[in-house]
Ligand binder design. Structure first.
Ligand SMILES: NC(=O)c1ccc[n+]([C@@H]2O[C@H](COP(=O)([O-])OP(=O)(O)OC[C@H]3O[C@@H](n4cnc5c(N)ncnc54)[C@H](OP(=O)(O)O)[C@@H]3O)[C@@H](O)[C@H]2O)c1
Length: 405
């Protein structure tokens, strides 16, 4: 079925041959080119948590003078942040994880000096209200309540405002508060990318499929469980004993406690699986692929990959070569045994969030917020995140819906 977003986007594509529409406003300082369509109050600075160097929690700094985000492309929107979700990636990025690849994404021609990413704003999930729209944005309007997962090479949501592109953003579920909504986008688009784009699953082909999720109790796991159960799959997860009741509450069919001993033994006694989503990594791939049904198209998709680590350690060119060689070797090794080995990655996607929103509003998926922090407590939120043992998500409340709009 064609979605409203697809109809609007295809209409926008028809306009591509026309010259770009740019507004020019004349002020006392001369003509300035405008890419946005709003006359909303905007300042030049805003409150935000930033880092000025990579390191431990001490590098987090609150400022009232972070640069106000600017619309650089006509398909972008400025969102007033009501709530921001945190992910393990934020702790990693605070310490410089992925810096080489993310710098290349921000500045592909290496024109800027090293360290030009600072002051850097972390936070990958946003739920908030659109404040300004670029001139090519047709699907959203000022005042719309939206949610998005922000790609890691962009400035994040631990700020009063953030810029995202129209194809990354989606109208948020009406049934959720902003705090609840901010718990979903990053883990949801990651799980969607791994299960749907890489794993080939969909609502139409999941019935009776046996899925194993290694690591069911964290952010990605709790979302993936609910998505797969809504699509009719049989879901087994591994988690610690104290998370068993929690994951069963999300609909899991079978639980294996990894703290009781090596999980490969109880798991190999079960009927084989059609797909494994690995949120744990480490030595799991030594045994996990033996749990798949061979020669049936079964796939192992791991989210724990050495891609960013390789580029951090070896540089972009050598890191990418190393990565390509590693994944190709592993994929081939398992292909001859009749199973597929794949790496899964976060992929920002407004259209995926549109589908997830409908599932949330239909009561099929609920947010799992483990703990909420105020904007003044961002360092405490990072401390909590860094301790691990997540049971869902950590969310930072930034501003109340509707303030100053
Ligand atoms: N490739 C990508 O683009 C991408 C995107 C998002 C996430 N990821 C990665 O995917 C992984 C999961 O992300 P997340 O956001 O869900 O992390 P999370 O919220 O921190 O959850 C991790 C969960 O795994 C549990 N766990 C730890 N060791 C386990 C084991 N041996 N067996 C079973 N469960 C175990 C933890 O609880 P206990 O310690 O109490 O058991 C926790 O509940 C992380 O490694 C993350 O970096 C990758």
């Amino acid at each position: 079925m064609t979605s409203v977003r697809q109809l609007v986007c295809s209409r926008s594509l028809l306009r591509l041959h026309k010259p770009p529409r740019v507004q020019t406003s004349v002020s006392g300082h001369g003509a300035e080119t405008r890419l946005f369509s709003s006359s909303s109050r905007r300042g030049t600075v805003m409150p935000a948590w930033v880092i000025d160097a990579y390191g431990s929690n001490g590098v987090l700094r609150f400022t009232k003078n972070a640069g106000f985000p600017i619309i650089n492309y006509p398909n972008e929107v400025v969102v007033k942040v009501c709530a921001a979700g945190l992910n393990p990636l934020d702790v990693g990025m605070r310490g410089g994880y992925g810096a080489a690849t993310l710098s290349m994404k921000r500045d592909p021609l290496s024109i800027k000096q090293s360290g030009s990413e600072f002051p850097l704003i972390l936070g990958r999930d946003v739920s908030g209200i659109i404040m300004e729209c670029g001139l090519d944005v047709k699907y959203f309007r000022e005042g719309d309540e939206v949610w998005a997962a922000i790609p890691p090479w962009k400035q994040g949501s631990l700020a009063e405002f953030v810029v995202v592109s129209g194809n990354e953003v989606s109208h948020k579920p009406k049934s959720l508060s902003h705090t609840e909504a901010a718990a979903i986008p990053y883990v949801a688009t990651t799980a969607w990318s791994a299960l749907v784009n890489t794993g080939g699953l969909s609502k139409d082909n999941c019935a009776n499929k046996r899925i194993l999720i290694l690591g069911g109790s964290g952010g990605v796991g709790t979302f993936a469980i609910q998505l797969l159960k809504a699509w009719g799959a049989h879901v087994t997860v591994t988690c610690s004993q104290n998370a068993e009741r929690f994951v069963r509450g999300l609909g899991v069919d079978h639980v294996v406690n990894y703290t009781a001993g090596p999980v490969e033994e109880p798991l190999s006694a079960l009927e084989k699986f059609n797909l494994i989503l690995d949120n744990v990594g480490g030595d799991t791939e030594r045994w996990a692929l033996n749990l798949l049904k061979p020669w049936s198209g079964a796939k192992y998709v791991t989210l724990v990959t050495p891609f960013l680590q390789n580029t951090d350690m070896l540089g972009i060119a050598d890191g990418m070569m190393q990565t390509a060689a590693t994944v190709a070797t592993k994929a081939l090794k398992h292909l001859v045994k009749g199973v597929h080995y794949r790496w899964g990655f976060f992929a920002p996607s407004g259209p995926a969030l549109d589908e997830i929103r409908d599932m949330v509003d239909a009561g099929q998926i609920r947010p799992v917020v483990e703990e909420t922090f105020n904007f003044s407590q961002v360092p405490q939120a990072f401390e909590k995140l860094e301790k691990g043992h997540a049971r869902g998500k950590i969310v930072v409340q930034i501003s109340k819906a509707g303030d100053e709009l």
